[in-house]
Design a protein around this ligand. Structure first.
Ligand code: M6R
Length: 592
């Protein structure tokens, strides 16, 4: 949610540089954008409603500057307007600030500031912090004022602040990501919500942790613990991401590029250091109870994991959405294991579940894509899924890699990790054969047929029930078609009333012990006029349209979701939606 990118250094084109870099973070929010830069003794601010990706910095007549900050917004407090876009000025335009997250107690602080004579121009929580810092700066230094102000605010945030008459940029974080890029020139620094903003400039990074403040000025960078005010030392890490993997290349959209990459990403997930798998499998064996936790797609993956463990290792695993985890806190103790599943490693609801479990003394494992993310850094054991940057808002390649890891873990807990690995290697090779242009063209036929429908449904059983839920998310988020997933057996208890002539229903079929029953459920739908799109290893009489998937046994959730990802993508394109930046969404959900 919200992208932050700031530059401090010697380059004179900082305003252009931050705009171009921020385009790489647009997946984090794209309803409006803004920039602030130092120019002579002034701070110039330029804001607009719309996507920064559509902007050519050269058309903006920006002045020269070697200090600048830019922001792309995903609205929380206040509508999508120019006034609510960041950066925000303080009362006398002395302080300028960009922010990602939510200040929960901003209303009380605002009331107090209004009594002191402050006037606000936006409905945002962010503007309140700019004013609060300025209020403190009447008696204290800029640095002290920021430190005092962030102590007063509650919630999760990442901020970058500048002051008119100071050669300093200050950044602080609590719960929302902020990464420092160490530039090639002496005293050059980048501050961003995510690495792709500055990856073309440097691969040397410093991760700011919660309750830490970073002060850049006089070509130096210093870090402080905001609770103790003590200076702290931070480590520079060299990351091995390459610029190409974060770009679209020959593909029209990131979403289709990432779907196609599943040929390789699955292999990377499977062929990783076996120690990671062994350690988490051992932790699951030793724990009295294990909870798989995630949100959205990662939550559905967690649910598939519970089915895989029930089937393969005959072990009961609890699955909970991150946002619901607090309801289970009374069952969490030192013998509990929490396994957090997250692509970004920054999802606020999952982080909160992790904090609750940590407080109760539980052990934390995580399955993440972004290594060194907050979830990864605060886990006792980490399994990286190694899918590479996932930039489309709709998760695709991270999903199948997470599913592969959970399959390996389930086999490892049954003492048969090698059996699981061989099955997954076979599955990856069959996916390689499946993902070709002819396959995509076949799916396009059905996309063209159903592109104008209002509602569609997806049914599955066993481990393919959560995949039906995930399929619905995929269709909803990029095609904007009303889509819902159901357990096949649940239809007759209510949802079947939604079926009328030609209602499209996708049946996710695997060659397993649910096969006959899910086909019967498809028959029940067909008898009410439904149009059955079968995703299955073999063509069945009940199907009106068949999408073939390989016959892979326990890895059927992995192969069954891929054609739905392609269908969702094609529907989005046919309906002229942007599949990479669907409306109302953001890639990394760092607010609760
Ligand atoms: O980064 P995470 O995996 O923790 O994100 C969780 C969800 O926000 C995410 O899976 C979301 O549902 C995706 N947009 C779905 O495609």
């Amino acid at each position: 949610m919200c992208g932050i990118f700031a530059y401090y250094g010697e380059k004179k084109n900082a305003p252009h540089l931050v705009i171009e870099g921020l385009k790489n973070l647009e997946y984090r929010g794209y309803d409006s954008w803004g920039i602030a830069y130092k120019n002579g003794g002034d701070i110039i601010v330029h804001k607009e409603v719309g996507k920064i990706g559509d902007i050519n910095a050269k058309d903006l007549a920006l002045g020269e500057s070697s200090v600048a900050m830019a922001h792309s917004r995903w609205a929380t407090h206040g509508g999508v307007t120019k006034a609510n876009a960041h950066p925000h000025f303080s009362e006398h335009n002395e302080i300028v600030l960009i922010h990602n997250g939510i200040f929960e107690n901003y209303q009380e602080i605002k009331k107090d500031l209004i009594k002191k004579g402050h006037k606000f121009l936006s409905q945002t929580d962010t503007e309140v912090l700019a004013h609060l810092i300025e209020q403190h700066s009447r008696k204290h230094s800029f640095e002290e004022s920021v430190k005092m102000a962030v102590k007063e605010i509650e919630g999760r945030y990442a901020i970058v602040v500048m002051k008119k008459d100071e050669d300093k940029v200050i950044a602080a974080r609590k719960g929302s990501p902020l990464i420092i890029g160490v530039g090639k020139e002496h005293g050059e620094y980048f501050i961003a919500s995510d690495i792709p903003a500055f990856l073309a400039q440097t691969n040397k990074v410093i991760y700011l942790d919660d309750n830490q403040i970073c002060v850049i000025g006089n070509k130096k960078i210093n870090f402080y613990d905001n609770a103790t005010n003590e200076e702290i030392k931070k480590r520079i890490i060299e990351i091995d991401w390459d610029v190409e993997s974060a770009e679209k290349g020959e593909f029209a959209h990131f979403m289709i590029k990432e779907i196609m990459e599943q040929k390789d990403t699955l292999n990377r997930a499977i062929n990783q250091d076996p120690k990671n798998i062994e350690l988490v499998a051992k932790a699951i064996e030793e724990a009295e109870s294990t909870y798989f936790v995630g949100c959205g797609t990662a939550g559905k993956v967690a649910m598939v994991g519970a089915y895989l463990f029930a089937k393969i290792s005959k072990k009961q695993i609890h699955f909970v959405f991150g946002s619901e985890f607090q309801n289970y806190k009374d069952f969490i103790n030192k013998k509990t294991l929490l396994v957090c599943i997250s692509q970004s490693g920054e999802t606020a609801d999952t982080l909160e579940a992790m904090e609750i479990a940590k407080e109760k003394g539980a052990k934390i494992a995580s399955i993440v894509n972004v290594e060194n993310s907050s979830i990864a850094r605060h886990s006792d054991i980490v399994i990286p899924i190694k899918a590479g940057p996932e930039k489309a808002v709709a998760s695709t390649k991270a999903t199948t890699s997470q599913l592969a890891i959970l399959t390996l873990l389930a086999y490892a807990c049954d003492g048969g990790v090698e059996i699981g690995k061989q099955l997954l290697i076979r599955t990856a090779s069959q996916i390689n054969d499946m993902l070709n242009p002819r396959y995509a063209d076949h799916i396009k036929k059905i996309a063209t047929k159903i592109k104008d429908i209002e509602s569609m449904y997806i049914i599955g059983r066993g481990a393919n029930f959560p995949i039906a839920l995930e399929a619905a998310i995929k269709l909803q988020e990029v095609s904007y078609i009303h889509a819902e997933g159901f357990a096949g057996g649940e239809l007759k208890h209510g949802p079947i009333a939604l079926i009328s002539k030609n209602t499209p229903v996708i049946a996710l079929v695997a060659n397993d012990d649910c096969r006959k029953e899910i086909l019967s459920n498809a028959q029940e739908v067909k008898a009410r006029g439904g149009y059955i799109i079968g995703v299955a290893p073999t063509n069945e009489e009940v199907f009106d349209f068949w999408i073939r998937v390989p016959d892979v046994g326990a890895t059927s959730p992995i192969v069954n979701i891929i054609p739905v990802q392609i269908l969702a993508y094609q529907l989005a394109v046919l309906r002229q939606n942007d599949p990479d930046k669907p409306r109302n969404l953001a890639k990394s959900v760092t607010v609760k």
